[in-house]
Ligand binder design. Structure first.
Ligand code: CP
Length: 308
């Protein structure tokens, strides 16, 4: 295998072989999570800092549990309850946290590139837990894992991703990851929310037509409309958006028979996804959440165990 990357900031330095190793190891982690005692000593003696400068439910809680399940000490830093609100900079905050002899950082930040800065300043392994609209690599890994769990392999599969592609780090990370694992990605949304430059990525196509997007898809992912990141002018109306792009049972009839339904969360129910689709038999949304813990254990193991 090639040299092990020090960080998981995006997938640029990650070979398909290493990515498959993360997914394979998640199978073992799921077995650990099925035991009566859900704990292994792999990270004993290490301190992992969960540094969240932006709100999160799934990513923060699953990373915290993942690190604890592997016996790490966990320092949880939530910017909203910190001196960041008094104007302390990211670098000064980091110097405080580094004084506690942290061994690795998990970083969520509203600014693209923040995780790279933490990697440079701290000198410790960093996992990007979502930076602006740029990347959310562990979300893409858990999405890939959920699809692989269903079909056995990503090879030759088509994944349709519908919605607010423009503001989505999940869409970008999936567009980077899934083709490396042999899948095709179709990104779909209104033209205002579909940056044409993404069509340059290998294995990625773009369409504004939702029926065309899902035709032949083995997995259909709805993205949250990120209204907090929209300054206006992107959509005619929310009703018009839902009428055209909502992932619902009618649209799913156009996909491969039994295609699975994904959503990274949090959901705007009955806007980008209908409740019938979110809660129906094809939905794997809660399976994504469950798999998130195993994937994050696997990533922590891969980056931290056996490193000097
Ligand atoms: N998918 C995701 O990143 O969800 P959270 O914002 O709740 O972590």
């Amino acid at each position: 295998m090639t040299t092990r990357p020090r960080h998981l900031l995006d997938f640029q330095d990650w070979t398909p072989e290493r990515l498959h190793a993360i997914l394979d190891n998640a199978d073992t982690m799921l077995q650990v999570l099925d035991r009566p005692v859900k704990k292994v000593p792999a990270l004993q003696g290490l301190t992992v800092c969960n540094a969240f400068f932006e709100n999160s439910t799934r990513t923060r809680t699953s990373f915290e549990l993942a690190a604890r399940r592997m016996s790490a000490d966990v320092l949880t830093f939530a910017a909203g309850a910190s001196s960041v609100s008094k104007g302390e900079s990211l670098r000064d905050t980091l110097e405080v946290l580094t004084s506690y002899k942290v061994d690795a950082y998990i970083v969520r930040h509203h600014a693209a590139g923040a995780a790279h800065l933490v990697a440079r300043y701290s000198g410790k392994p960093v996992i990007n837990a979502g930076d602006g609209r740029r990347a959310h690599p562990t979300q893409a890994l858990l999405d890939a894992y959920t699809i692989r769990q269903e079909y056995g392999s990503l090879e030759g599969k088509t994944v349709a991703i519908l919605g607010d592609v423009r503001h989505s780090r999940v869409a970008r990370s999936n567009a980077e990851l899934l083709p490396k694992l042999g899948a095709q990605v179709v990104l779909c949304g209104p033209a205002t929310l579909l940056p044409p430059g993404l069509a340059q990525m290998p294995g990625v196509t773009l369409t504004t037509d939702p029926r065309k997007a899902v035709r032949g898809a083995h997995a259909v992912m709805a993205l949250r409309l990120q209204r907090e990141r929209m300054g206006g002018g992107f959509l005619g109306s929310l009703q018009e958006y839902a009428d055209t792009y909502q992932v619902n049972d009618t649209l799913l009839k156009e996909a491969e028979s039994g295609a699975i339904v994904l959503h990274p969360g949090p959901m705007n129910r009955d806007l980008e996804i209908s409740s019938d689709a979110a809660d129906g038999p094809q939905s794997r949304i809660l399976k994504q959440v469950e798999n998130g813990q195993a994937i994050r254990m696997s990533v922590l193991y891969h980056l931290l165990v056996g490193r000097n």
